[in-house]
Design a binder for this molecule. Structure first.
Ligand SMILES: *Cc1c(COP(=O)(O)O)cnc(C)c1O
Length: 384
């Protein structure tokens, strides 16, 4: 059986170093917000080329805390609308609701599965105050266009990077986003760019491109005001023990998980490169008129958290692959607006989102997939 994702195999090479890290934490006798968390925050901020990194309990909390942080700073208010792709993992939408904000769903592009920037403007109202871009399956959303819309409309940019660790260019690096940033003669534009608020949420759930051995998450940002609030919000709204400035939560990155992440982070780029090599083989070797391969123009930074194909008879293809000992998964079978939890949205019609959910199938994808396994999967698919 070729498993969809062999997490045991991914973590096995770290067994010795994990044991050393466990011993280190035991020897330090410090289990919450200690040296390992601090080291990881520094290392991950540097890796992401961003000023601040705040370790938190999981990816969902990372998103919620960004919104709560901006509410604390008075940049967002309860009831404000947040643009979000209709096609995403439910966590993106739940995080908006958890912060008492209102999600406004926008259709994706069928080719990229990511939010269609051309459809954002028509959804903007006086209450729209933020856009949550999701880099689904490891492919960056069209941040240049999204940033332009955000600047025009004074929107905060939040990125859900739970599936895209290591994909370069993001709103923390506006100089990459906006050509002519430095020599822009337009002072108004320049000040709008300088005032743009943004932050990025990461998850280190075990199956992500950078995963720990439990739950973990982080926020990166260049916004020093936000960072200051977040360091406090994640820890009961308190910077100094037993003195509470904000109504905070308990969402800290575990010291032990941070220690494991410190061991794995140096290999993230190499792991992502291995994923791209798998993707390149799939893209060049799968030849079937029944299968639509994912879009990747090689210039965009794709870290292939998932390799998601489309086919009109998806369940049939999935059963065929299972018979041939190839495990696949559907990410995701029910679109958020069709979930029971959102009864009030069930009658809404998002045809592209619905088509995607009806047709997609995720092939095995990981840095530990072998050449032979890839060849086998390609052969089985080409005989379909
Ligand atoms: C995994 C994931 C999350 C949530 O991360 P957790 O660590 O599980 O809370 C949020 N958004 C997306 C797109 C994800 O894939």
């Amino acid at each position: 059986m070729i498993p969809f994702l062999d997490l045991k195999k991914i973590n096995e090479p770290y067994e010795t170093v994990f044991q050393e890290k466990l011993k280190l934490v035991l020897d330090n006798g410090w289990y919450i917000l200690g040296k390992e968390v601090e080291t990881f925050e520094k290392a991950f901020a540097e890796y992401c080329q961003t000023q601040y990194c705040i370790g938190v309990g999981n990816g969902f909390d990372a998103l919620v805390l960004i919104f709560k942080g901006y509410i604390q700073l008075g940049k967002l208010q309860k009831g404000d609308e947040v643009i979000v792709p209709a096609n995403t993992y439910i966590a993106s939408i739940l995080a908006i609701l958890q912060a008492d904000l209102v999600p406004v769903l926008v259709e994706p592009k069928l080719e990229t599965y990511n939010i269609n920037p051309d459809l954002i403007r028509e959804k903007i109202t006086l209450k729209t105050k933020a856009v949550l871009a999701v880099h689904l399956y490891g492919q960056l959303a069209e941040m240049d266009k999204i940033t332009e819309i955000a600047i025009e409309n004074d929107l905060i940019i939040v990125e859900d990077a739970a599936q895209s660790h290591g994909a370069k260019t993001n709103s923390n690096n506006l100089k990459f986003q906006i050509p002519n940033f430095d020599d822009s003669k337009n002072d108004n534009l320049k000040s709008k760019i300088n005032n743009l608020k943004s932050a990025i949420a990461y998850s280190f759930y075990p199956g992500k491109n950078l995963g720990c051995l439990g739950d973990g998450g982080a926020i990166t940002t260049n916004d020093s005001e936000l960072a200051k609030v977040l360091f406090s919000l994640r820890n009961y709204g308190s910077e100094k023990k037993y003195f509470n400035e904000y109504i905070g939560v308990n969402s800290r990155l575990d010291e032990l998980q941070a220690a494991f992440l410190n061991a794995k982070l140096p290999n993230l780029d190499a792991d992502n490169e291995k994923r791209r090599i798998v993707a390149k083989r799939y893209l060049s070797e799968i030849k079937s008129d029944k299968i639509i391969l994912p879009f990747w123009d090689f210039s965009t930074n794709h870290v292939f958290h998932l390799f998601v194909i489309r086919t009109s008879k998806r369940d049939h293809l999935q059963a065929y692959l299972a018979q041939n000992n190839i495990q696949t998964v559907i990410h995701y079978p029910v679109p958020p607006h069709k979930q029971k939890a959102f009864l009030e949205w069930n009658a809404l019609f998002y045809p592209i989102t619905e088509k995607i959910h009806d047709e997609i199938l995720s092939l095995p994808m990981s840095p530990v997939l072998t050449e032979d396994e890839i060849s086998f999967i390609v052969d089985v698919l080409n005989q379909y």
